[in-house]
Design a protein around this ligand. Structure first.
Ligand code: UDP
Length: 235
């Protein structure tokens, strides 16, 4: 049986130097990294965040927009990113399918786990967007949920950092990268790279979470092949 993984990218990762919107050069880079996995018989699911477009908490910060509405706006942002990612994957010659947790059938398939599994078996990359479909959740939690539902052996959170550190590496020169960390420790430390709801769900389902640097070319495939030198694992 082929390996099946779920890779989570933050919306911010797509923004590039502008800090907002979608940088197609970054999309193209991500698509190349994903192609490498598919070419090596890895079945790939993707969850993308929406932070480059809007976040519910920020949208609702001054009280004019309700939090629930802000969250729906955020979920729609992830669909915009999902459409872009589907295009970038197809541009690389991959087969890709976008599914949404909120129905919008002119744009994408609704999320149906059996359909997603079938796509994955046929080496199509499946992008899960609109988060969990519910306000008050994050796309990290959506990634953990979808990874569990599709039976992924690994959830890779592709970030701008090399892994989880004992203290903030941006502030402290002597920060040390932790190779592995238990779910309980991650929850106790409230690690910044992943929210507690996502970690608790991963713990319940014994889903290992890898935190890795997406800008390290070839890192995703290396990790899947067992080279975990450039990442941290929560398990
Ligand atoms: N969101 C939500 N429910 C979900 C997933 C996401 O309400 O299940 C909303 C929430 O407002 C969030 C926004 O969508 O701020 C964008 O997602 P997220 O902040 O997780 O994106 P990322 O930080 O990964 O770019």
């Amino acid at each position: 049986m082929n390996k099946r993984v779920l890779v989570k990218f933050s919306g911010e990762a797509l923004a590039g130097e502008e800090g907002y919107g979608i940088d197609t050069k970054i999309l193209d880079y991500i698509a190349e990294e994903i192609k490498e996995l598919v070419d090596n018989d890895v079945e790939v699911g993707i969850v993308i965040g929406g932070g480059n477009i809007i976040r519910g908490v920020s949208a609702a910060a001054d009280g004019i927009i309700k939090r629930t509405s802000g969250d729906y706006m955020g979920m729609l942002g992830t669909v915009i990113n999902g459409i872009a990612m589907q295009e970038a994957l197809e541009h690389k010659g991959l087969n890709a399918r976008l599914q949404t947790a909120i129905k919008m059938e002119q744009i994408a398939e609704p999320f149906i786990v059996r359909k997603a599994a079938r796509h994955l078996e046929k080496n199509r990359v499946v992008i899960f967007s609109a988060g969990t479909g519910n306000p008050y959740f994050t796309t990290d939690t959506a990634a953990t949920l979808r990874a569990t539902e599709i039976g992924a052996s690994l959830l890779i959170k592709a970030t701008k950092v090399d892994g989880i550190y004992d203290k903030d590496p941006m502030k402290f020169d002597d920060a040390v990268k932790l190779d592995t960390i238990s779910y309980d420790q991650a929850l106790e430390d409230h690690i910044k790279v992943m929210d507690d709801t996502a970690i608790a769900l991963a713990k319940d389902n014994k889903l290992p979470i890898v935190v890795a640097n997406m800008n390290e070319k070839g890192n995703l495939l290396k990790i899947i092949n067992g080279d975990t030198s450039k990442c941290s694992i929560v398990k």
